[in-house]
Design a protein around this ligand. Structure first.
Ligand SMILES: Cc1cc2nc3c(=O)[nH]c(=O)nc-3n(C[C@H](O)[C@H](O)[C@H](O)COP(=O)(O)OP(=O)(O)OC[C@H]3O[C@@H](n4cnc5c(N)ncnc54)[C@H](O)[C@@H]3O)c2cc1C
Length: 382
């Protein structure tokens, strides 16, 4: 049993692992090669209740605790990170609604999101504003009972395949980050179209697309929270979703270790298995130790959220930062252990190597996590 988990949470993890290994792992390489969006895996996640597992029971969700949610993500990422990213974006795109939606907004959308009938996406990043999200330029102009959106979002996960979009736009261009508001935009709204579908290095089965708004009229009641509170809402959302990226990193790293252990036992060089060589065995030991350290950081922040800790900002950034960079070191060693075969598409290592890299970038790069952690440290110790 994994340290830190209750028997029930361990059972959830074991069950998720069975589903992920039986249903997602066998097709992960094919999805990577074709870059197709895996609707079959979406259906499996829907049936298994993964897509809405952390959504409130009152709206048909699973009502799961954060630790259980995290361990399911870890197991799905261990099998196929593209598939896990779809589940992660479902939560990311829906969380602003869960955090600040009115009962009417929740009634209108949350049930369908919780059941996985429709997919969600989160549109914050723009071509000119990624890390510096406060300087987005998409505008939402008041027009009677409506808002009119103009601008474009880039790199949006689940873009094109989702029906429900949380979009951040400026209602006051002069107010900086305090001029940002959040809106619900449905696919099919006139003036809302999709642009470039990204051709990515990794997580190639995950849809990453540009959102374009040209005089897109949405109802005033589609605003989430008060005008000017969108930036805070985005940050609050990311506090709760960054541990999930940490779990993704732990899952991929664990897959790389699993493959390396198998390979090191089987591959014979200089008359004996690789695992007999101390240099290789030490790499395996370091990989396992780092994975466990990251896993505990990720589980810790999830447990803090379950305990109702008022602020998890620093713990969430630490978990994401350490886990994603840990996964980078682990896949590097794993590929080295596989030698030239690690570089070939016949083995999963080169996919893990490419897939892992995203965990250091999305939902705030490692530099942004360091800025958050250092900023909090320096403010607290003034
Ligand atoms: C596959 C993929 C999926 C994504 N999904 C989504 C999504 O669903 N929704 C969404 O809104 N966004 C999404 N993103 C966007 C992602 O969050 C941004 O790419 C990320 O925040 C970085 O922004 P940027 O790419 O503009 O880089 P920049 O902000 O231009 O940064 C470039 C480099 O400079 C560094 N840097 C920036 N500022 C500083 C500083 N002050 N000090 C030191 N270094 C700094 C960064 O860390 C980075 O290394 C996705 C991105 C990718 C690649």
């Amino acid at each position: 049993m994994q340290f830190g988990l209750t028997e029930e949470q361990q059972a959830v993890k074991d069950a998720a692992r069975r589903v992920a290994q039986e249903r997602f792992a066998p097709r992960a390489a094919e999805i990577d090669v074709t870059g197709e969006f895996p609707w079959d895996n979406v259906r499996v996640m829907r049936e298994a209740g993964f897509l809405g597992m952390a959504f409130p029971e009152a709206y048909g969700g699973g009502g799961a605790d954060h630790v259980s949610h995290i361990v399911v993500k870890e197991e799905i990422a261990r099998a196929c990170l593209s598939t896990c990213t779809i589940m992660a974006a479902q939560y990311l795109g829906s969380l602003p609604l869960m955090l600040t939606g009115t009962p009417e907004q929740k009634e209108r959308y949350l049930r369908r999101l919780a059941s996985g009938e429709i997919l969600a996406a989160f549109g914050l990043t723009e071509a000119g504003a990624g890390s510096d999200a406060g300087s987005i330029r998409t505008t939402a102009r008041r027009d009677g009972d409506e808002y009119v959106l103009n601008g474009a979002k880039c790199f949006v996960t689940n873009g094109g395949v989702a029906d429900f979009y949380t979009v951040f736009a400026k209602t006051d261009l002069k107010a900086g980050a305090r001029g940002i508001s959040a809106f619900i935009v449905e696919k099919g709204t006139p003036g809302f179209t999709f642009g470039k579908a990204e051709n990515k290095m990794g997580i190639r089965g995950s849809a990453t697309r540009e959102l374009i708004f040209e005089d897109c009229h949405i109802r005033g009641e589609n605003r989430l929270g008060e005008e000017g509170t969108g930036y805070k809402l985005a940050l609050r959302t990311l506090d709760h979703t960054r541990p999930g990226v940490g779990a993704e990193a732990v899952g991929v790293a664990q897959a790389a270790l699993d493959a390396s252990l198998k390979y090191a036992r089987e591959r014979v060089v200089f008359g004996s298995p690789l695992s007999d060589k101390q240099a290789i065995a030490f790499m395996l030991a370091d990989m396992a130790t780092e994975i466990e350290a990251a896993r505990l950081l990720v589980y810790r922040v999830a447990a803090m959220m379950d305990a109702g800790e008022p602020s998890v900002t620093v713990a969430a950034s630490q978990a994401k930062l350490f886990a994603s960079e840990m996964a980078h070191r682990v896949v590097h060693k794993a590929l080295q252990i596989h030698g030239g075969y690690g570089y070939m598409k016949d083995f999963p290592l080169e996919r893990y190597y490419r897939d892992q890299r995203i965990t250091e970038l999305y939902e705030g790069t490692s530099e942004i996590q360091r800025m958050i952690i250092a900023g909090n440290l320096l403010r607290a110790n003034r």
